[in-house]
Design a protein around this ligand. Structure first.
Ligand SMILES: Cc1cc2nc3c(=O)[nH]c(=O)nc-3n(C[C@H](O)[C@H](O)[C@H](O)COP(=O)(O)OP(=O)(O)OC[C@H]3O[C@@H](n4cnc5c(N)ncnc54)[C@H](O)[C@@H]3O)c2cc1C
Length: 408
């Protein structure tokens, strides 16, 4: 087990500086344009693929870094560049992690390369879990997958919503109900291969922020996939369902909503994205406050402004520490006895929302315009308190973990 450290080693510093260079030179100059266009920034993803930032190898390297700092460091730098573009670059990772975590070696080898494509022909992937009636309440999922034994095929029907890269993805990973009695324990994940009949994009959402990232509904109308597309395979699923049925019979396990706590290990990564956006807005505000003069002196010369900046920086550093701690715990298999993953995501996302609003205030009228980036950063920051579990759900998970009680 790696000791917890707040000091990046030389190799990590090199990676951080390389990512920072890409964020500063390639992502940030493109941010305003793709925000306005509200389209996937394919040329930027391609640039990222060319230099090796858009690839499974890169994320796997960071993911398996035993210090736990690889992923948060990478997320912070890319999202410092721009949240919408960075999400377009890392969004495929959500689906890839779904396959890495649950797939067989053969599934990993077959599907992950098709999620990324290559530098000459980049592809993206989508992870589709949320539904119109199943957002925070994952157990209310309705999309059904039924096994057709004669053909060894799964038939999937339902509507997914809010899918990042939904409909434009080469490979979709879809979570569906295979046993409705078991709540979220009766869910399974399926690969929907490129060009599968019956999968189509529903509405594409026009969003408040992260507008360069494509978010859409995905309609599944009698989608048929081979048995080999069930992640982990049928035998493993049958064993898992049998265990869950046994536990449900004994009444020893609360089946409904059990999924709420299962993202503990992935939440620090979202916290790190929020830290990146918050830091970007803080830096713009600090520079501005030092150069903008009113009443014959820089506006930072007023405690009212300087103290805000002091608070902003303090919260950002505190958020990063929570994120790094949770990330180190996840990589080293430490139990999240106080829902430390949720804590990090809750605090970092609320910090990003607050800090970006303070940045607008410090820039005055300029902060409120699209001539300056803090307005966009504030719009972008609002997503962190919503996706991968809202702030309320993080509080619920933390409170339940601390108390051992079914808090509603
Ligand atoms: C831009 C974007 C990208 C996304 N990408 C993906 C993706 O790639 N894949 C995917 O599967 N999903 C994705 N999501 C979905 C996201 O995870 C959900 O929006 C989120 O889980 C919240 O669900 P909901 O929107 O249905 O809100 P609801 O669950 O309807 O919540 C509404 C409000 O009620 C509160 N609330 C609900 N239940 C409770 C409770 N028990 N206690 C207290 N408060 C409660 C919530 O906190 C919230 O404030 C994305 C969403 C967005 C906006």
């Amino acid at each position: 087990m790696a000791e917890f450290t707040m000091e990046l080693n030389d190799e990590q510093k090199e990676v951080r500086d390389w990512l920072h260079g890409f964020a500063a030179d390639v992502i940030r100059p493109a941010a305003a344009e793709w925000d306005e266009r509200e389209e996937t920034p394919w040329p930027v993803i391609q640039e990222a693929a060319k230099v090796g930032i858009y690839s499974l190898d890169f994320y796997a390297q960071q993911y398996f870094d035993p210090t736990g700092l690889g992923i948060p460091m990478a997320m912070e730098e890319l999202f410092w560049g721009d949240a919408g573009i960075a999400l377009s670059i890392v969004g495929t990772g959500l689906a890839a992690v779904g396959v890495l975590a649950n797939g067989t070696e053969e599934q990993i080898g077959t599907w992950i390369p098709q999620m990324y494509g290559d530098a000459n022909d980049v592809k993206v992937a989508a992870f589709c879990s949320s539904e119109p009636d199943a957002g925070s309440d994952v157990a209310s999922m309705r999309t059904r997958a039924v096994y057709d034994e004669a053909k060894d095929e799964w038939v999937i029907n339902g509507t997914k919503t809010w899918a990042t890269n939904g409909g434009i993805a080469n490979v979709h990973v879809v979570v569906a109900v295979v046993d409705a009695e078991l709540g979220s324990k009766g869910h399974a994940s399926f690969i929907i291969p490129p060009g599968t009949e019956g999968l189509s994009q529903g509405q594409k959402f026009k969003k408040h922020g992260i507008r360069a990232s494509h978010t859409a509904e995905v309609i599944l109308d009698n989608v048929r996939v081979p048995g080999s597309c069930l992640l982990g395979g049928k035998e493993k699923l049958d064993e898992r369902l049998a265990r869950a049925r046994e536990k449900a019979k004994q009444g020893g396990e609360r089946v409904k909503n059990a999924a709420m706590a299962t993202f503990e290990a992935s939440r620090p990564a979202v916290g790190a994205m929020a830290v990146g956006t918050a830091r970007a807005a803080y830096e713009v505000a600090l520079d501005y406050a030092k150069t903008r003069e009113q009443f014959g002196r820089p506006v930072i010369d007023n405690q009212g402004v300087a103290f805000q900046l002091a608070d902003m920086r303090t919260s950002i550093d505190a958020a990063r520490l929570l994120v790094w701690r949770a990330s180190w715990m996840a990589v080293n298999g430490k139990p999240f006895t106080a829902a430390e993953g949720s804590m990090s995501k809750l605090f970092a996302s609320e910090t990003a929302k607050k800090v970006t609003a303070q940045a607008i205030q410090i820039l005055g009228g300029n902060g409120y315009t699209r001539e300056y980036p803090v307005e966009r950063m504030h719009r972008d920051a609002a997503i962190y308190t919503i996706f991968e579990g809202t702030s309320e759900i993080q509080r619920l998970v933390i409170a339940r973990t601390l108390s051992g009680m079914t808090i509603r």
